[in-house]
Design a protein around this ligand. Structure first.
Ligand code: UD1
Length: 432
């Protein structure tokens, strides 16, 4: 299994390109199941999670063509054609779903177009139990009959799903996406209240509109969908990844560097840029994206609470914790989305960070310098927070179990090295 070795202490200077958003792509790809025509997705990132979704769709019978070549598992690159004209199976098997929770996003579209779906229940994961009960209750409100059988969600619609008024008791990104896709082919109007407003949900909605769906309220907490009988072909480009953007913004700040993030969408970054500015970094919108400058900054502590969009994203919490571990003064980080998302804390502490966790909050007392260590990643964002800490630390840091990193960050070591970081991937030989 690969490891990443870093010699810290180099201020990053230069340009980092930002790719398409993983979480948007993971919702856009299953949208192809809603039509027999071809959906073309551009700006797809090259990531392990995208390959997992490509495998799952292939297994349902979707034909994938990457940049003119036919492919399956490795079909993740810049532009991908997805054709669900000949679906051969409506079952999403355990082996693929357990690798990635977002696999459950095939449920809504399969049920809407074929009136049936059998999807393995995603299990727990490193950051909490993460049930899908809200997805299922909402689909039941649209007339689906759902039973759990042998670890599978077995859903049947017996014809078209019916429009319904759905109020999510809690904001759920995946739940909103599943329902939105299902409702596009429903009979009549569906209203989704307390819908997730994440830009990735809006991206899915805009793509569905390009496919012929009728959706109002995109980007707001109330989505109104008039079901149509069929959707058609479309070409759509995936929104830039705001979490990748935020992660490299922290890389610039934690190394007291100066980096331009090219291709980033400044307008989607407000909660993150506010926190970084409060800490003392300078952030400017540029014609190509945004620039983060901290070479003359004294980074100071601040308090953060994770919230649904437009609040501060839980997917940036671990990265900010690494930064605040090097800031002047104390900070409090409160995690309100996932109950077990402080797994990076003991690893950061191995690098000299001073952090106390009390329930859903962590007090971080900044230290002048972290020190390099051998550390282990437990999930995607935790692993990148250890890379960030390593970039700032004195001496050598080795991050183990980087397969988590490859799920969500494309060529991370190349992008950082191009800005001067001393970072390398050590291939294979080491076990985790
Ligand atoms: C998505 C993102 C993930 C991000 C999260 C929150 C993708 C592929 N993943 O995950 O990176 O961290 O949004 O922004 O887009 N919940 C329930 N029952 C449900 C559904 C959710 O209790 O049926 C709970 C979850 O356990 C969690 C909270 O609701 O505590 C929010 O989860 P949700 O927004 O659904 O996250 P995901 O869509 O899984």
């Amino acid at each position: 299994m690969d490891r990443i070795r870093i010699h810290g202490g180099v201020p990053l200077k230069g340009i980092i390109p930002i790719g398409g958003a993983k979480n948007a792509a993971l919702a856009l790809m299953p949208a192809c199941l809603l039509t027999e025509d071809t959906l073309t997705l551009a700006n797809l990132p090259h990531l392990a999670d995208i390959a997992t979704m490509a495998n799952l769709l292939t297994q349902h019978g979707v034909a994938l063509t990457l940049n003119g070549e036919s492919g399956n598992g490795d079909a993740c690159g810049r532009t991908l054609d997805l054709s669900a004209a000949n679906i051969t199976s409506t079952t999403a098997p355990y082996d693929l779903v357990r690798k990635m929770r977002a696999s459950v996003l095939v449920l809504g579209p399969l049920l809407a177009r074929f009136g049936q779906a059998r999807v393995s229940l995603p299990g727990g994961c490193a950051i909490g139990t993460r049930p899908v009960d809200l997805h299922l209750k909402a689909l039941e409100q649209m007339g689906a009959r759902i039973v759990l059988d042998g670890g599978y969600i077995v859903a049947e619609a017996g014809g078209r799903l019916k429009g319904a008024h759905i109020i999510f008791p809690q904001v759920t990104v995946g739940g909103t996406e599943n329902l939105l896709m299902a409702a596009t082919l429903g009979d009549g109007e569906t209203v989704i209240a307390n819908a997730a407003r994440e830009p990735e949900v809006a991206d899915l909605a805009y793509c569905l509109v390009a496919m012929g769906a009728k959706i109002e309220g995109i980007g707001t907490g109330t989505l109104r969908i008039q079901g149509v009988e069929r959707l058609h072909a479309a070409r759509y480009s995936v929104v830039p990844d705001r979490i990748e953007t935020g992660t490299y913004a922290v890389a610039a700040a934690i190394t007291r560097g100066d980096v331009e993030l090219v291709g980033a969408r400044f307008d989607l970054m407000e909660s993150v840029t506010k926190v970084l500015t409060d800490c003392g970094a300078e952030i400017q919108e540029t014609p190509r994206g945004l620039r983060v400058k901290a070479d003359a900054a004294e980074i100071t502590g601040t308090d953060i609470m994770t919230e649904p969009y437009p609040g501060f994203p839980t997917d940036m919490q671990a990265q900010l914790m690494a930064l605040l571990a090097t800031a002047k003064g104390a900070s409090m980080i409160t995690e309100t989305i996932f109950e077990n998302r402080f797994m990076h804390v003991p690893e950061l502490m191995r690098m000299g960070a001073r952090i106390n966790v009390h329930g859903a909050s962590a007090i971080v007392r900044g230290v002048p310098r972290l020190s390099g260590a051998q550390v282990m990643a437990t999930d995607l964002r935790a692993s990148v927070s250890l890379i960030l800490a390593g970039l700032a630390a004195e001496g050598e840091t080795v991050v183990n179990r980087v397969y988590h990193l490859d799920r969500g960050y494309e060529r991370v070591e190349e992008k950082l090295a191009a800005c001067g970081a001393r970072i390398e991937r050590i291939k294979g030989e080491a076990a985790e």
